[in-house]
Design a protein. Structure first.
Length: 101
C-alpha cells in the first residue's frame, strides 16, 4: 500500500514537469535583475517570458500556415471556379435585364 508521502509525490509529479537550464553567471545575474524589476521570482519570470515568446511563435506560424493555405485555395478557385448556383444565375440574369438594355 502506498504511503501518504508517495501519493503526494505521485500527484505532484503528474501536475508539473521540470525543465533544467544551464546559463553563465552573467546570464543568471541579468535574468535575476529582470525578475526582480518585474517583482517575480526567477522561475516565475523565466516561465512567463518563455510562455509569451512560445505563444507568439506559435501564432506567427499558424498565421503563416493559414496564409499559405488560403492563398492555395484562392488560386485554386480562380483557376477552377465552381459552377454558379441557381440563386447567382438568377441574380446575374436580373442584373443583365436591368443594366444591359
Amino acid at each position: 500500500m502506498a504511503t501518504t508521502a508517495t501519493k503526494k509525490a505521485a500527484t505532484k509529479k503528474r501536475k508539473y514537469s521540470r525543465i533544467d537550464l544551464r546559463v553563465t553567471p552573467e546570464q543568471k545575474d541579468l535574468l535575476e535583475q529582470a525578475a526582480s524589476l518585474a517583482g517575480l521570482s526567477l522561475s516565475a519570470y523565466m516561465l512567463s517570458q518563455c510562455l509569451k515568446v512560445a505563444r507568439e511563435n506559435i501564432e506567427a506560424h499558424q498565421r503563416l500556415v493559414l496564409s499559405d493555405r488560403d492563398r492555395e485555395l484562392f488560386l485554386s478557385l480562380i483557376e477552377n471556379p465552381p459552377e454558379p448556383c441557381q440563386a447567382l444565375k438568377s441574380a446575374m440574369s436580373k442584373f443583365q435585364d436591368e443594366y444591359e438594355k
